[in-house]
Design a protein around this ligand. Structure first.
Ligand code: FES
Length: 113
C-alpha cells in the first residue's frame, strides 16, 4: 500500500492533488468522506486542475476539467456535463489506517508499477 496523506490534510469540501509513483491523484473530502480519483480527464486524458489543488467549479459542487469544462459529480466522478458526458473519472480505492489514507491495489493502469 502507498500512503497518500493524513485524513486531516484535506479540508472539508476541498480538493488536493498528489503525484506519486507515476500516478496523479485528486483527493476530495465531502461531508467527512474521502474520495480519490485519477487526475485524468476521460475526454482527452489531460490533468483537470485549474491551479494546483484546485479541481472544483466555482460553486464547489462538481469537479471540473479546466480544459473544456466537463463537470464530474463529487461522489462517483461521473461526467454529467461536457464532451465526455456519461463517462467517469477513474476512482482509486483506499483504506484508512490510523487516519492515514492508504492507496490499495490495484492502482489505475496508467500508474507506473
Ligand atoms: S480534456 Fe477535459 S473536457 Fe476536454
Amino acid at each position: 500500500m502507498i500512503t497518500l496523506c493524513h485524513i486531516d490534510d484535506i479540508k472539508e469540501g476541498k480538493t488536493r492533488g498528489f503525484e506519486l509513483s507515476g500516478l496523479s491523484v485528486i483527493a476530495l473530502k465531502k461531508d467527512g468522506v474521502i474520495f480519490l480519483y485519477e487526475n485524468r480527464c476521460p475526454h482527452l486524458g489531460l490533468n483537470l486542475e485549474f491551479q494546483p489543488d484546485d479541481f472544483l467549479n466555482y460553486d464547489e459542487t462538481y469537479i471540473q476539467c479546466s480544459t473544456h469544462g466537463a463537470m464530474f459529480t463529487l461522489n462517483n466522478g461521473e461526467c454529467v456535463l461536457g464532451p465526455c458526458k456519461g463517462e467517469s473519472l477513474q476512482a482509486i480505492s483506499y483504506t484508512l489506517l490510523d487516519d492515514q489514507i492508504m492507496l490499495t491495489e490495484p492502482l489505475p493502469s496508467s500508474a507506473a508499477s
